[in-house]
Design a binder for this molecule. Structure first.
Ligand code: BJ8
Length: 430
């Protein structure tokens, strides 16, 4: 597989999307090498990872072609950057919802020609993709739905709107009753906006179908996450992270089916005692800021140091799938109310207070059988960085090994991070 793997190119499609084709044409080879090195070098991967490898091979071609064709067939494409944007309502209205990437170093220089340097690398990476016309997903979206979770994002949307129509939804930053009412109003506005774009009215049945589809996707990820918690682990943390990233751009029904097929295989592996690492391997839980594609930096460092990542308390991780929407509503108002309740359970650090997140971290720590927590913070993400203070205190009170890392996408600090991770693993091994 490793030798055959290749990230594919489609210059005709890229031209149609208005990309900077010359500049982008070197990307598939770079991604091919990185993927072989980081993923295909792993031993004893589950056979059903082949589907997800194929999704990466087709990340700039087959999947984009599929979305492009659907768009030509009248299905608008909406790009998002936050798990607070309710994709159920996009699906209900017949649109396509994709989470846009912001996990690469290569687009940051483009962004820094316009944006200040001292802001979150995820925001810069995403903005740079659009400005440089070097991401086919950014090129295929009809519009972007941003949100007001953090200062870097909400101010960048004003500039992004110059390149692609960008709508913004207000996410409350507290969870009082009045904030929940505001959020319900925002959800209703979002539904109306999506309906205008798709020229459809999402009635009760359509919303029920949208909720069912996305619930099924989240449920498949829940099943996968609980299987990977088995010790010894039947799947690596890197492969799990990859699947959590692909969840944001794959077709949801097909994706859920493939995840269940992988789960069936993992159940068989567990039954036969087949694992990717021995039982004594140090088990690490990662918490904190999301790792957007193709950000595999920390997982690769941890697993290369001889540990295994057993949980991601992150929006590209459990925050995305831990909660489902109650499907028992009998009218549209009830559906939106239940949808709103589900979304308000997302414990993003933009909320204050956010102590539910600390409790959730420990629930997941217990469930995953982790032996230490590495809290991951992207540079200049003040809310996660400050929240790490409380998390550290809570871990110390419970005697849980804890380490906080603040980093970006550049390779410059890899050596230093390797040293710190190795020292942390020694501490866990005692
Ligand atoms: S619900 S975590 S996906 S906002 S890392 S851009 S917060 S400076 S990503 Fe997030 Fe929604 Fe919250 Fe989740 Fe800003 Fe921080 Fe950067 Fe961030």
């Amino acid at each position: 597989m490793s030798d055959e793997f290749e990230v594919k190119s489609d210059r005709v499609l890229w031209e149609q999307l208005g990309m900077d084709v010359e500049r982008f044409s070197g990307m598939p080879a770079m991604l091919t090498n990185a993927y072989k090195n980081i993923f295909l070098s792993q031993h004893n991967r589950p056979n059903n990872m082949a589907y997800f490898d194929d999704m990466v091979a087709n990340i700039h071609t087959g999947r984009i072609r599929e979305i492009y064709d659907a768009k030509q067939g009248g299905r608008p494409v909406i790009g998002t950057f936050c798990v607070y944007v309710p994709e159920e309502l996009v699906v209900a209205a017949g649109g396509i919802c994709i989470g846009l990437c912001g996990g690469a170093q290569g687009s940051i220089a483009d962004a820094e020609k316009i944006l200040p340097r001292n802001i979150c690398p995820m925001v810069k990476s995403a903005f740079g993709f659009k400005v440089g016309r070097i991401c086919p997903y950014f090129q295929v979206v009809d519009l972007v739905y941003g949100e007001t979770t953090c200062d870097a994002k909400k101010k960048t949307w004003e500039l992004l709107d110059r390149y692609v129509p960008t709508h913004i939804m207000e996410i409350p930053q507290m969870k009082r009753e009045r904030d929940k009412r505001l959020w319900l109003d925002e959800v209703k506005d979002f539904k109306a906006a999506v309906e205008r774009i798709t020229d459809t009215v999402a009635d009760f049945d359509a919303v029920a179908a949208g909720i069912k589809t996305i619930n099924a996707k989240r449920f498949a990820l829940q099943r996968l996450n609980s299987l990977r918690h088995h010790n010894p682990s039947p799947i690596s943390g890197k492969d799990m992270l990859l699947i959590e990233q692909i969840a944001f751009y794959d077709e949801p029904v097909r994706f859920a089916k493939q995840v269940h097929e992988l789960c069936d295989e993992l159940e068989q592996r567990i039954g036969r005692g087949v694992a990717v690492a021995p039982t004594a391997t140090p088990r690490i839980m990662v918490s904190g800021t999301p790792m957007a594609l193709p950000n595999w930096k920390l997982h690769h460092i941890i697993e290369s140091a001889g540990a295994i990542v057993v949980n991601e308390e992150s929006c590209i991780g459990t925050r995305y799938y831990k909660d489902l929407i109650d499907e028992g509503a009998t009218d549209l108002e009830g559906q939106l109310d239940r949808l709103t309740q589900r979304y308000m359970k997302i414990d993003c650090s933009c909320f204050t207070p956010n102590d539910d997140r600390i409790a959730q971290v420990f629930t997941e720590y217990e469930a995953s059988g982790a032996e230490g927590i590495i809290d991951y913070c992207l540079q200049f993400c003040h809310t996660y960085n400050i929240e790490a203070v409380k998390l550290r205190e809570a871990c110390e009170a419970r005697g849980i090994p804890f380490m906080a890392i603040e980093t970006d996408y550049s390779p410059d600090d890899v050596g230093q991070l390797q040293t710190r991770v190795e020292a942390f693993l020694e501490q866990i091994k005692g």
